[in-house]
Design a protein around this ligand. Structure first.
Ligand SMILES: Cc1cc2nc3c(=O)[nH]c(=O)nc-3n(C[C@H](O)[C@H](O)[C@H](O)COP(=O)(O)OP(=O)(O)OC[C@H]3O[C@@H](n4cnc5c(N)ncnc54)[C@H](O)[C@@H]3O)c2cc1C
Length: 425
């Protein structure tokens, strides 16, 4: 049997490891347009910030491919998927047959259509190559100021890295507040304050309308409010959109992401999709949607891998979760932590001085979301309560307490957590 995986990241690793649990004989080919072995995208900002060596980026040891009998084809992009013929085509001219195909092409960075976007000094921040290019640019040219466009998770991570390099910066965010998808107003305000204390200028309700250049290199921007900023480096950290072009051209059903069932099967026989590119089940909102986070990608890959090997391991669903450090202060959003409305009950606690914030959202006596800034030590337990949809009415008054822990929970649940598969708690 021939297995082909398009993309060589979290989803591919999940798929390979679970597939090989059940099948050691099939041939697996991984095709990636990137030249690198599997690396951890979440660590890119720590690498750019010089907190870790490049070798720490490796998500699996370099013998991973040999150990799992994988044929990696690197630096070659898949240009077409042909479901009828069960073949894929690549930019280098290869035509490869598959019995089962997994599409895990991730996302494409969002870049506004501005003139001059391709000049030196302007980068996106989603790939190792981006981090390497930014690093080289910083080494080659003095940077008196950088502009980071986007105040979401990727923008904040890029900003953290540049701050670690000692580069003064301005963050430009189109929404009225940073991390608006993950945080509520109080959480965003606290994080903005933390950035300001570290001399980061945060400009919300604003965006870049034109790019300036000098001697062929980036030299500044004009913003929507007419303000002009001089800077030598611009990083777009707006986010990613699912990379669905191949799937669409192949005639697969695609909404925002590739539509899949609970085994990650797409709409054509023997084709699967998983990770950032797929619309899979989110158990908090009880619907399928794209959620671009690493653990979901790995988990979905593992489900697809098992099914390709003939084993039904249905997806129980994932939870949206964002974790980011803002100038050293950890911030997390789990599930529906940011919602408002009469159907929700909100328990919250804020301490501006020690920069701690906790917001728990309950619906019908179940925890459905949490926002945490500062002390995130209860994140695992809150995630477990959300995932298991436990009735928390008996422990409601303790939920915010510093002392809330496993021992606060009903015996039955505790036993399940300790002896069950929920090792993340
Ligand atoms: C800077 C950054 C920081 C992040 N930090 C966190 C974090 O802290 N926590 C967290 O949970 N998540 C984080 N994420 C998100 C996380 O990295 C993604 O959810 C995860 O990488 C998705 O994995 P994937 O396998 O679906 O796709 P990707 O990791 O996007 O990989 C897809 C791969 O497919 C390749 N590809 C695409 N099209 C083709 C083609 N036609 N032919 C060949 N190859 C192709 C791409 O080049 C890419 O290498 C971060 C993302 C970024 C960019």
């Amino acid at each position: 049997m021939q297995i082909i995986i398009i993309g060589n990241s979290a989803t591919a690793v999940g798929a390979i490891e679970s597939f090989r649990e059940y099948d050691q004989s099939a041939e697996i080919t991984v095709v990636s347009e990137e030249p690198h072995l599997i690396y951890s995208r979440p660590l890119l900002s720590h690498f750019l910030g010089k907190e870790i060596e490049r070798s720490r980026l490796a998500y699996r040891p370099s013998d991973f491919y040999v150990k799992h009998s994988i044929r990696p084809i690197l630096e070659d992009a898949v240009t077409a998927v042909e479901p009828e013929a069960h073949t894929i085509r690549t930019a280098s001219g290869l035509s490869l047959h598959y019995d089962k195909l997994l599409i895990c092409t991730g996302g494409t960075p969002i870049v506004p259509p501005l003139q001059g976007i391709d000049i030196p000094g302007i980068y996106t921040f989603t790939k190792l190559q981006d981090a390497l290019s930014i690093e080289r640019y910083i080494d080659d040219y003095p940077i008196s100021r950088a502009v980071v466009v986007g105040g979401g998770m990727i923008g904040i991570k890029a900003a953290n890295a540049l701050m670690k390099r000692g580069i003064p910066l301005t963050m430009v965010e189109l929404a009225p507040r940073i991390l608006s998808a993950a945080m509520d107003e109080a959480g965003s305000a606290m994080l903005t304050q933390i950035l300001a204390e570290h001399s980061v200028q945060v400009l919300t309700n604003n965006t870049v309308t034109s790019i300036h250049q000098s001697e062929g290199r980036f030299s500044g921007v004009t913003l929507r409010d007419g303000r002009e900023l001089g800077a030598e480096l611009l990083v777009f950290g707006i986010g990613v959109r699912p990379r669905v072009e191949l799937a669409k051209a192949a005639g697969l059903v695609v909404n925002k992401g590739i539509v899949v069932d609970k085994f990650m099967r797409a709409s054509a026989p023997d084709i699967y999709a998983a990770g950032d590119v797929a619309e899979a089940y989110d158990l908090v909102v009880d619907m399928n949607r794209t959620v671009a986070i690493w653990p979901n990608a790995y988990r979905q890959g593992a489900i697809a891998g098992a099914h390709m090997a003939g084993v039904d391991r249905a997806d129980i669903g994932g939870i949206a979760m964002n974790a980011v450090e803002v100038c050293g202060v950890p911030a997390m959003s789990i599930g529906n932590g940011n919602v408002t409305g009469s159907e929700y009950e909100v328990l919250s606690e804020i301490d501006e001085r020690s920069q701690n914030y906790k917001r728990l959202v309950l619906q019908n006596d179940r925890l459905v979301g949490a926002l945490l800034i500062g002390n995130i030590s209860r994140a695992g337990i809150y995630t477990g309560l959300i995932r298991h949809k436990l009735d928390v009415s008996s422990v409601r008054k303790n939920l915010l307490s510093e002392h809330f822990g496993l021992l606060s929970l009903p015996d039955q649940y505790r036993k399940h957590v300790v002896s069950g598969s929920s090792i993340e708690i």
